[in-house]
Design a protein around this ligand. Sequence first.
Ligand code: IMP
Length: 185
Amino acid sequence: MKAVLCSRNPHKARELERLLPGWTIESLERDDYPPETGATYYENAALKAAFGREHEQGWVLAEDSGIEVAALGGRPGVLSARYAPEGAPAVAKLLGELEGVAERGARYVSELVLLSPEGRELRGTGKLEGRIAYEPAGTEGFGYDPIFVPDGEERTVAELGDRWKAENSHRARAARALVRALPPR
Ligand code: IMP
């Protein structure tokens, strides 16, 4: 089975391919994706999927995700991708906003939308609770992973690594929910 992922983020295609056994995931490489104007992760994922449907006849997969920081009232949330450019600047900005803040609770959220060739919509949601570290650590993963410590762990997601992520991440949980929603093959 092959699905086209409506994302320019190569990390997501790699993660999702590991998470959806039996599926090949190819990124839809376009530079004219619509702006993510939805009020929810689901709305943004559905927007990306609808855009993908305009270019692909087969299975179309879309994902929207974000990080919600309790001390920031849930920000950046659905606006995570626009909080700062990918990588170090976003991490530095978030650490700066939390300087001197003891309440470090946060969660990752992932929402997946899969469109069948016939136009049926399947969904999967996943969350990962944790806290924001005081300084970055680790080299795997992407985005906020060097400063996100999951509940029950002492290390960041970037230290725990891709294998840990494939089992436990918000995206892994969303993918498992999506697989449960798939019709039997
Ligand atoms: P989008 O879903 O492509 O719109 O972007 C989601 C934003 O949340 C990006 O800026 C990512 O950095 C962040 N994000 C989502 N999932 C993860 C993750 O697994 N690790 C680190 N950052 C993530």
